[in-house]
Design a protein around this ligand. Structure first.
Ligand code: SAH
Ligand code: SF4
Length: 354
């Protein structure tokens, strides 16, 4: 019989597992708490279970291993990039039980924010992004997504107050595991992280945005719009060949019902999407949507050849948006000296795996 992945199980699933092995349901609650509240990753650390019971649990189940393999800190100390090794004995196809992903911890005035990965690699292939260059290795399990938070919080000895799903991968391309992860970290018997403290960023998988809207979650949605016209968007984001901007914005409107405000991310690429007429086009597009626009000065990925827009251009772009009443913020450029900024996370370590 295949062993049961305790790290990726919901409370109900662990309780059912306990019953299946002839134990009481409430034992499942204890195991769930050990993993998701106390952050243990060894069944033997579950000291309110007898040794015999721990042995039985270990015979039928396992906790997939997530380890911090490397840490880099930015010069100003505000940002740390973690390389995480994911070792899942339940995933053996293609020899991809072991993969490496990255997570980035940022210190803000209001607390710690962690940018986590949803996949090892990504198959969306956006032309400006380092993550997409080697394609998708595999989806992370719900537990592997959550464990990034648990491990790093434990290592720092501090609570992390915000999570952004903006690391490696396209979260909506790993839909079921991402939804399960949200329920896991939101659970009162786990770390009880409020849904409003979670932001999911997508490159625009329209069908999945509708599905997400139907889940009635309170999470924030960020959409990587990046270009206000289909012609250029199709050139740099393959997903735009499948869904037009009109279709994408209709899905966003649906999501923004119930008072949820959308963030449109807009990467500023020199000479590609940063002209005054692009700004005017963008205003027309987002008019009437409950949203704000987050301008991201592009992080340069050497082999991609894109350049970051000039500060003057970014300022003018911003002013045009503001003048027409669009809410705008500009992303701080944290962590670029350690390649921890958006779009700079890549799969270097994975190349060495067999
Ligand atoms: N796959 C999701 C989330 C991960 S990428 C998405 O695309 O939205 C997180 C953000 O970083 C996205 O807005 C993405 O477009 C942006 N990004 C990618 N490459 C970048 C780069 N070189 N410079 C700045 N931002 C980049
Ligand atoms: Fe994937 Fe997002 Fe990078 Fe596009 S920007 S390749 S969707 S991680």
């Amino acid at each position: 019989m295949e062993k049961f992945d305790l790290r990726s199980a919901s409370l109900q699933e662990i309780c059912a597992f306990m019953e299946n092995i002839g134990e009481k349901r409430f034992r499942g609650e204890q195991v769930f708490e050990w993993i998701n509240e106390k952050f243990v990753d060894d069944i033997d650390e579950m000291t309110n279970l007898s040794q015999a019971l721990r042995a039985k649990v270990a015979q039928h189940g396992y906790i997939s291993q997530v380890d911090i393999a490397h840490v880099q800190t930015s010069d100003d100390g505000s940002t740390k990039k973690f390389l995480l090794k994911m070792q899942n004995c339940g995933i053996i196809e293609n020899g991809q039980g072991i993969v490496f992903v990255e997570a980035v911890l940022m210190e803000y005035r209001h607390g710690l924010s962690l940018c986590i990965s949803s996949q090892a690699g990504c198959r969306m292939g956006c032309d400006f992004c380092a993550t997409g260059t080697s394609g998708l290795l595999r989806n992370l399990t719900a537990g592997e997504i959550a464990a990034q938070l648990y491990k790093i919080s434990k290592a720092q000895g501090r609570r992390i107050s915000n999570i952004v799903l903006m690391g490696m991968g396209e979260p909506l391309d790993n839909y079921d595991n991402v939804i399960k992860f949200i329920h896991m970290v939101n659970h009162p018997k786990g770390i009880n992280l409020g849904q409003r403290h979670i932001t999911l960023s997508t490159s625009g998988l329209v069908n999945k945005i509708y599905k997400l809207a139907g889940e009635n979650l309170q999470i924030n949605l960020a959409v990587s719009l990046h270009v206000p016209n289909d012609q250029i968007r199709r050139r740099i984001m393959p997903i735009a060949r499948k869904y037009s901007i009109d279709e994408l914005l209709d899905a966003c409107k649906e999501y923004s019902k119930n008072g949820r405000r959308i963030t449109f991310e807009y990467i500023m690429l020199d000479g590609v999407n940063d002209s005054k007429s692009n700004a005017v086009e963008l205003c027309k597009r987002v008019k009437g949507i409950n949203c704000h626009v987050n301008l991201i000065p592009a992080n340069e990925v050497p082999e991609k050849g894109y350049k970051k827009s000039k500060p003057q251009k970014i300022m003018e772009f911003r002013q045009i948006l503001e003048a027409s009443g669009v809410l705008v913020t500009q992303r701080r450029e944290l962590g670029s000296d350690i390649s921890a900024a958006c779009g700079q996370l890549r799969n270097e370590q994975n190349k060495y795996q067999t």
